[in-house]
Design a protein around this ligand. Structure first.
Ligand SMILES: NC(=O)c1ccc[n+]([C@@H]2O[C@H](COP(=O)([O-])OP(=O)(O)OC[C@H]3O[C@@H](n4cnc5c(N)ncnc54)[C@H](O)[C@@H]3O)[C@@H](O)[C@H]2O)c1
Ligand SMILES: [Zn+2]
Ligand SMILES: [Zn+2]
Length: 361
């Protein structure tokens, strides 16, 4: 029997989100219904609401979540009822050209649920990143459920489902940060601070945090930044160079995703260094710069989709490190809120008051 539960939707561009009844179908073949325990508020949810991803409204928002498997459809073997899972948006297909070449982290054909969740009148919902977890329950593909240690706090480990994994992976996987590297991170929200944590775990010896907001810089230092730069007070490129013997950092991570921050990342990098873009630009943004600068500075310019993670490999490992006290994931949870406070959480995010607001159900 399809169930009716509460969900948070964005109905049209820029309109405040609404909490409405939504209909969850019974899981079909390969599908799973998950009872959500917690879901973090990511900047990407706000980007969806503002039309920055696409215009397939209404969106069912929320995608950094953990919960418990409530029912499974035909043929599902990877999880069973009662399993504690973190939801992911990289259920790799195993069949596409990336998967076949042994690069499943780039999978071009990831699985989502086939059936649609709907509004009461039958209008089909577009779940954010194929998840839609600002809801009591959601319908996903079985591959989107990654089993982790059930004793972990869902509000904390759910964050691995997007922003924290994206940031940590931007440093550890995409940026390939290693022992002794210098790293600069531009934008110290949830994603940027996770990049700082990832850089530290990977052995970086100098980690420079850049933000416009001093409170964010304090948090970044608490999470492992060795130096901080307020971008409203200093020239970011010069300041990073000053802190790296005049050369620039080995790896610079842009966790904002704007032309000006990407250019700062490009020029604040040492020769043959790496730029990682993990912040998501909007379709209107463009970049113009001398081509010779690309050539003469060498190195690599990369984008990081979801931290180049493989959920099955990375989530249980990171939960384990967190449980051992080696990964301060709990510091990302600034506040715990109710399902009807997502709009307020967007405002707090906008005002820079939170790393993550987490909806707890
Ligand atoms: N690539 C991926 O797979 C992936 C996954 C999740 C999120 N994201 C993206 O990562 C970005 C960051 O997400 P978040 O949740 O951390 O957002 P957030 O709003 O919490 O953090 C952004 C931070 O950037 C700072 N900032 C803004 N403009 C700046 C500037 N010009 N110079 C320096 N700092 C500046 C803000 O003060 C804030 O601290 C977003 O674009 C989001 O969509 C990407
Ligand atoms: Zn694939
Ligand atoms: Zn996200």
């Amino acid at each position: 029997m399809p169930q009716q539960v509460r969900g948070v939707i964005a109905r049209s561009k820029g309109a405040p989100v609404e909490i409405v009844p939504i209909i969850i179908p019974d899981p079909g073949p390969g599908e799973v219904v998950v009872a959500i325990a917690a879901c973090g508020v990511c900047h990407t949810d706000l980007t969806y609401r503002e039309g920055g991803i696409n215009d397939e409204y209404p969106f069912l928002l929320g995608h950094e979540a953990a919960g418990v498997v409530e029912s499974v459809g035909e043929g599902v073997e990877s999880v069973e009822v009662g399993d504690f899972v973190v939801l992911n948006w990289r259920a790799v297909c195993g069949q596409c050209r990336a998967c076949k070449r042994g690069r499943p982290q780039y999978c071009f054909d990831t699985f989502n649920a086939t059936q649609k969740m709907t509004l009461e009148d039958g209008t089909e919902l577009s779940p954010a990143l194929g998840i839609g977890a600002f809801a009591d329950k959601t319908l996903v593909h079985a591959g989107q459920c990654t089993k982790v240690d059930p004793s972990a706090d869902p509000a904390v480990v759910g964050l691995l489902g997007c922003g924290v994994m994206a940031g940590m992976g931007a440093a550890m996987n995409t940026g390939n940060v290693g022992r002794g590297d210098s790293v600069a991170v531009i934008g110290c929200g949830g994603v940027g601070d996770a990049a700082i944590v990832g850089a530290r775990l990977a052995g970086a010896n100098r980690i420079i945090a850049v933000d416009r907001d001093n409170k964010k810089l304090d948090w970044a230092r608490d999470l492992g930044a060795t130096h901080t730069i307020n971008a409203t007070e200093f020239d970011v490129v010069e300041a990073v160079q000053d802190l790296t013997g005049g050369f620039g950092a080995d790896v610079v991570i842009d966790a904002v995703g704007r032309p000006e921050t990407w250019k700062q990342a490009f020029y604040a990098r040492d020769l043959a260094g790496t730029v990682v873009l993990v912040g998501v630009p909007t379709p209107d943004m463009t970049l113009e710069m001398p081509l010779v600068d690309f050539f003469s500075r060498g190195g690599s310019l990369k984008s990081s989709w979801y931290g180049d993670c493989l959920p099955e490999r990375d989530f249980p490992m990171l939960v384990d490190l967190y449980q051992q006290g080696r990964l301060p994931l709990e510091k990302f949870v600034t506040e715990r809120i109710a399902l009807d406070q997502v709009e307020e959480a967007f405002e707090s995010m906008h005002r820079g008051e939170v790393l993550r607001s987490v909806v707890v159900l």
